[in-house]
Design a protein around this ligand. Structure first.
Ligand SMILES: [Zn+2]
Length: 137
């Protein structure tokens, strides 16, 4: 009887990892029905992890450079006409208005410009009354 705790023949502690592509026989069947040498292990049937890792890094780098950033749609936040900008400046400097009201009035100027192509004097007067209340005569 053997008194070895390892039990004879199963003593290999350096078992080579088998190639995951070909399964260890070094050959693969391609789509044309031909048998080709495994591109992963080069026909040895053993896994070559270092090389596989290099390939992954390369692919990642190439992908990183092509960032697919869509151009942001620029939202107009300030009137484009001189009269509109002047009015917007008065609104911005008006101490009596809250930031919320200022933003809304400025938006109204931009909308008015968009539909009329300019700021009419009537519109400017009407707007001024909103943030510069005239004392009743
Ligand atoms: Zn292989």
């Amino acid at each position: 009887m053997s008194n070895s705790p390892y039990g004879g023949s199963s003593r290999q502690h350096h078992e080579p990892a088998l190639c995951g592509i070909c399964g260890g026989d070094g050959r693969i069947d391609n789509s044309f029905g031909n048998v080709a040498r495994c591109p992963s292990c080069g026909g040895s049937g053993r896994r070559r992890e270092e090389i596989a890792f290099h390939d992954v890094t390369k692919t990642k780098e190439a992908h990183h450079q092509r960032s697919n950033r869509a151009p942001a749609v620029e939202k107009q936040t300030w009137p484009s006409t001189h009269a509109g900008a002047q009015l917007a400046t008065e609104i911005r400097d008006a101490a009596s208005l809250t930031a919320e009201v200022k933003a809304r009035l400025t938006r109204e100027i931009i909308d008015h410009e968009a539909s009329h192509g300019l700021c009419t004097q009537t519109f400017i007067k009407k707007m001024r009354k909103q943030f510069r209340p005239q004392p009743p005569r």
